[in-house]
Design a protein around this ligand. Structure first.
Ligand code: GTP
Ligand code: MG
Length: 184
């Protein structure tokens, strides 16, 4: 076995997970961190935390501190506190409820007005179109429309996801971490 060497870089990043009520934020985190899924809905109150350790490569370890922020916090006044010192974010919507796609813009504006990188740039934000397992024949936005939407609203990328089927969650996390590492 390889000896632990001190030339391993170990990073800790705070990542926000936001989006309207019941879009699947907690489910995605549970899937990604614990490998489980439940059909039962229990609304998050305030904020929950989870830690995921990623071995990016032989020389890079990233600890992701995931801040699972309740959808109902959009109507609260705590987000500025929760967003403090975040390095990146996911904004989640539910492809079966178009109103949650509208909510995406508000969450993005909220993030962009309240949190910045040390160099004053906006933090990288990835858009997640969740519950695609429930809409196997499409959900109203084409790939091209989603790409346009991301350009217009300055998301660095988007992924169709399913917490139920474990689709693209790890891929999206790797993508965001690469964006974060590029900024630091
Ligand atoms: P708040 O904490 O209230 O903001 O909600 P949330 O965004 O954390 O949603 P949560 O993860 O609690 O999921 C809400 C409901 O959607 C639950 O009943 C989940 O089982 C269901 N759900 C979440 N993700 C998926 C998915 O990918 N597919 C399907 N079919 N159901 C999902
Ligand atoms: Mg939740």
């Amino acid at each position: 076995t390889k000896e632990l060497s001190d030339d391993v870089n170990d990073y800790l990043y705070k990542v926000l997970v936001v989006g309207d009520l019941a879009t699947g934020k907690t489910s995605m985190i549970k899937r990604y961190v614990h490998g489980i899924f439940s059909r039962q809905y229990k609304a998050t109150i305030g904020v929950d935390f989870a830690l995921k350790v990623m071995n990016v490569n032989e020389k890079t370890i990233v600890r992701l501190q995931l801040w699972d922020i309740a959808g109902q916090e959009r109507y609260g006044n705590m987000t500025r506190v929760y967003y403090k010192e975040a390095a990146g974010a996911f904004v989640v919507f539910d492809v079966t409820r178009p109103e949650t796609f509208e909510g995406v813009k508000k969450w993005k504006q909220d993030i962009d007005s309240k949190v910045f990188l040390p160099n004053k740039k906006p933090i990288p934000v990835v858009l997640l179109a969740n519950k695609v397992d429930l809409k196997p024949d499409g959900w109203g936005q084409t790939t091209q429309q989603m790409d346009e939407f991301c350009k217009e609203h300055r998301f660095c990328g988007w992924f169709p996801t399913s917490a139920k089927e474990n689709l693209n969650i790890g891929t999206a996390a790797k993508f965001l971490v690469n964006q974060i590492l590029n900024e630091n």
